[in-house]
Design a protein around this ligand. Structure first.
Ligand code: ATP
Length: 584
């Protein structure tokens, strides 16, 4: 059996922690991957990003900070209060475990050394344990590891369990490191590795292929049943720019205001994945049913936008109104009736055993129209016209806005389906240009009527793998929670009017479980909650790490369907600043 000591991982974690330079991180990882190839299992690569499963696998350790405190207390015979007060000061349970583990060193001299397979094995068991007595069993498995761990090892075991490794290995760096570890011609192979990763979202699979060479990487193919990264759009300011990007004639479709769902079917089994690769099949039995009844084919992958509508008036509702269906795991039948949805299918990527990604969009659309039977308010092919006329396109745009859509998508008829990057094969035109999706990285408790709630939020954009703060936003959310609103008025149609967004109370609940550090009224949180923020202007500002500040920002939506990967990049923000400069 292949074996490595966990201390070898700790060594690489420390090296990565020691630099913020991307190229240095890449070199450290590349060297380590060569070692891992010889001595370890491919799956151990997940540990480099603090995981034990591929990125698309949503299973979690289910370990709270509180539980770790309990475990450290019992593993090292210390009072919980002492750990808690240290935590308030240091803000990192990993470091606390490190300290106590160091002190206990003497007692452990006769223990064995911690192997990677032991750590990996226990971590996986921790994820899989469910049901009665699960917490106790999880604690035992952690305590067993902490009992053998040297100090640095204890630190990283705890950080891994809390999904807060703090060594800064984003997926982009690991992809590039795989290219440098195994290939001479890195630039070209980086593309290939990027493609393979977009398809499978599994570093172990890409690692396994990269070890064997380019041919194996090329063999990684999309398969129904597994989530995949989607194609993204470029934003344009007017219809002329849209045609410039996509050529004439182009396909023009409504930009539905819902959330993106990849629908896949394999051997009678239908699965639904969001853009963050979450499996939402259970939450949307109505979508599964609509697909079963109205889409022909033994196997396929469809790209679609699922939109909510008011069951009374049949009018489309904005995304916010149905967003709660994405996370909800109970009362599904009730929600299905209260917040029904329509599936708008706009692409087909795989059909009956054939990968269609390299076929031109016009061909894919033909197949789509052939296989999707339109069923009113259940499922349909996205409304589309093909035109080279700016007037016709503008007419279509106005129509879309009139019925409450966000705008239009303009698509290049000859383009392949290109995952991930914004390459301009499809562009979006919306009236409100000034909004960005950003992630909340910190927050502040309110006072007076808002005491107890986190009411102002520090938001960040990204620059490759770094998060950069770009402003503080405190307006846009509602004062009351839906429960209060419900008792205050009729449930329907009031409740689903769509005008009611997320409340401060709800946002506080979402953020509280993500708190990393707390000082006075200010907290730092794990960057997981993505919000759409509108603003009036962007200014240069030394107050935030991005170098910019949004003026008069306002949260328009909480986006549970987006992850930190989807937020605005610094270059998008700079582009916007540039455009605004030119317009003035
Ligand atoms: P936005 O915040 O503007 O929705 P985004 O960052 O979510 O943008 P983009 O790829 O930039 O995603 O914009 C296109 C999005 O619009 C898609 O992700 C999809 O969810 C949605 N959409 C709605 N209707 C369509 C359509 N007909 N074709 C493609 N995408 C559509």
């Amino acid at each position: 059996m292949r074996e490595m000591f966990y201390s070898e991982f700790v060594e690489v974690y420390e090296k990565l922690y020691g630099t913020s330079k991307r190229l240095e991180k890449e070199a450290i990882l590349a060297e380590f991957l060569n070692k891992l190839e010889k001595k370890g299992d491919s799956e151990w690569i997940y540990l480099l990003r603090g995981k034990v499963f591929p990125d698309y696998d949503e299973r979690e350790f289910g370990i709270s900070g509180q539980l770790v405190i309990k475990t450290i207390a019992s593993a090292f015979g210390i009072k919980e209060e002492q750990i808690l007060s240290m935590y308030r000061e240091i803000g990192d349970l990993g470091e606390i475990a490190e300290e106590f583990s160091g002190k206990k060193r003497q007692a452990k001299l006769f223990g064995g050394r911690l192997t990677v397979s032991k750590v990996f094995g226990n971590l996986r068991k921790i994820v899989d344990i469910e049901g009665k007595g699960a917490v106790g069993k999880k604690v035992e498995l952690i305590a067993e590891l902490l009992g053998i761990a040297e100090s640095g090892e204890a630190k990283y075991i705890v950080r891994t369990l809390l999904s807060d490794l703090r060594v800064g290995v984003a997926d982009g760096i690991l992809r590039d490191a795989l290219a440098s570890a195994f290939f001479e011609d890195r630039v070209e192979v980086k593309e290939l590795i990027g493609r393979a990763y977009d398809i499978c979202n599994d570093f172990a699979e890409v690692f396994e292929a990269a070890k064997k060479g380019r041919k194996e990487l090329e063999k990684i193919e999309i398969v129904p049943g597994k989530p995949m990264n989607v194609m993204l759009a470029v934003k344009v300011d007017d219809i002329g720019e849209a045609f410039e990007a996509c050529g004439k004639p182009a396909a023009i479709e409504h930009k539905y205001d819902g959330f993106r769902v990849m629908i896949s079917k394999k051997k009678e089994e239908i699965k639904l994945f969001t853009r963050r690769l979450e499996n939402v099949t259970k939450q949307f039995p109505d979508v599964v049913e609509a697909v079963k009844k109205n889409v022909k084919g033994e196997s396929f992958i469809l790209d679609s936008e699922v939109v909510g509508f008011n069951p009374g008036t049949k009018k489309y509702l904005p995304f916010e109104a149905i967003s709660q269906r994405i996370k909800r795991k109970y009362d599904i039948d009730k929600l299905k009736k209260e917040l029904p949805v329509e599936v708008n299918v706009f692409d087909v990527i795989y059909y009956n055993g054939k990968n269609l990604m390299s076929s031109p969009f016009r061909e894919r659309r033909k197949i789509l129209e052939r296989i999707v039977k339109n069923a009113e308010l259940k499922i349909r092919s996205a409304r589309q016209i093909i035109t080279d006329s700016e007037d016709k396109a503008m007419e279509f745009y106005q129509e879309a806005l009139k019925i409450g859509e966000e705008g239009i998508m303009v698509k290049n008829l000859d383009a392949p389906y290109q995952q991930g990057r914004r390459v301009g094969f499809m562009v979006k035109l919306k009236p409100v240009a000034n909004d960005f999706d950003l992630v909340i990285v910190g927050a502040e408790y309110g006072s007076g009527k808002r005491a107890g709630w986190l009411t102002s939020y520090i938001v960040a954009c990204r620059d490759n793998d770094k998060l950069l703060e770009i402003g503080k936003v405190s307006s846009g959310l509602k004062e009351k929670s839906p429960a209060d609103r419900k008792s205050a008025g009729p449930e329907i149609p009031h409740k689903i009017s769509g005008k009611e967004g997320t409340s401060y109370d709800e946002m506080t609940k979402l953020l509280k479980i993500l708190i990393k550090e707390e000082e006075g009224k200010i907290v730092k949180v794990k960057p997981e909650i993505v919000v759409s923020v509108t603003y009036q202007n962007i200014q240069k500002s030394p107050s935030y790490s991005s170098g910019y500040a949004l003026r008069f920002p306002r949260i328009t939506r909480y986006r549970p369907d987006r992850s930190v990967k989807d937020i605005a990049s610094l270059s998008e923000i700079e582009r916007e600043v540039g455009k605004r400069g030119r317009k003035r």
